[in-house]
Design a protein around this ligand. Structure first.
Ligand code: NDP
Length: 249
């Protein structure tokens, strides 16, 4: 089957990602500390996270298992990395957060569902219908797995430090300290970005790199907004901390 349309669609989606990247520097997505009224009805923060991210393993599974491509160990591995991350994000992370009583706009929840719907299509379809990846050089497997696992670890540890800044029942914000927070404001975003870089190297597909573009489009502007927010909120916010990349930005 001719899949030329897939590459055109992926290129168009990458372009939308670049536009979103610029837009999000001007308009911070209104959830978490940046929540503001005027974005329509709101739902509980925890439920919002489950809806936003919990559909991803289902969406990607649909495309992966519906396709007639051979379910080789390598393709199953690529698929399970994606599912594993989103099982954590959609079904574990919301129960770890301390955001009782906090809300997010439903419009944000559903724009994230749309984002996941699109990306899971490109990833799942490539794996399920287009043959996925046939073979991988050992160096790419080792590099990709190291980045994926290392990125996840940085991401998970940083999220845990942030979440535990609050005692149960608290909802305010404090200056995070220790680990990579000594270098940057958002090491949890940095970790996630590294993780998906690793994924793209292992997947070896346009879909993998598309997801890196979209993750950067979401997380770089948000890290910048967080950084600016900390500096206005806390007079004693460490001056040497960068936004997301140690020593650089
Ligand atoms: P944040 O860093 O804003 O917040 C993570 C958690 O820690 C939230 O529960 C937040 O509470 C709490 N928190 C953060 N900073 C503080 C502080 N200074 N004091 C007390 N509590 C704090 O991350 P996001 O909510 O934006 O995202 C959550 C995860 O989702 C991240 O790990 C991110 O990598 C991932 N993500 C991935 C995207 C992608 O495109 N792949 C897009 C967006 C997010 P509160 O909610 O009340 O602010």
């Amino acid at each position: 089957m001719d899949h030329t349309w897939y590459y055109y669609a992926a290129a168009a989606w990458a372009l939308v990602g670049l536009i979103t990247f610029v837009y999000l520097f001007k308009q911070t997505a209104p959830y978490g500390r940046h929540t503001v009224s005027g974005w329509g009805p709101q739902i509980s923060n925890q439920l919002g996270w489950m809806i936003m991210e919990g559909f991803s393993p289902i969406f990607v599974s649909f495309w992966f298992w519906m396709g007639d491509s051979e379910k080789t160990p390598l393709n199953l591995f690529i698929y399970s990395l994606y599912v594993g991350h989103y099982v954590y994000r959609g079904y574990i992370f919301p129960f770890l957060t301390r955001t009782k009583g906090k809300k997010m706009p439903i419009s944000i929840t559903f724009s994230a569902v749309f984002f996941n719907l699109m990306n899971t299509f490109f990833i799942g379809y490539q794996l399920g219908f287009m043959g996925g990846r046939e073979d991988i050089p050992l160096w790419q497997l080792v590099l990709g797995c190291t980045l994926f696992a290392g990125g996840f670890l940085i991401h998970f540890i940083s999220d845990q430090i942030l979440i535990r800044l609050r005692k149960p029942g608290e909802t305010g914000y404090k200056i995070p300290k220790g680990f990579l927070f000594e270098k940057v404001t958002s090491p949890n975003y940095l970790g996630e970005l590294i993780e998906w870089l690793g994924f793209a190297i292992i997947a070896g597909s346009m879909a993998g790199w598309l997801f890196v573009i979209w993750t950067a489009a979401n997380l770089l502007p948000r890290a910048y907004s967080h950084h600016t927010w900390y500096k206005t909120k806390f007079a004693d916010y460490p001056k040497y901390r960068k936004v997301i990349f140690p020593y650089l930005f």
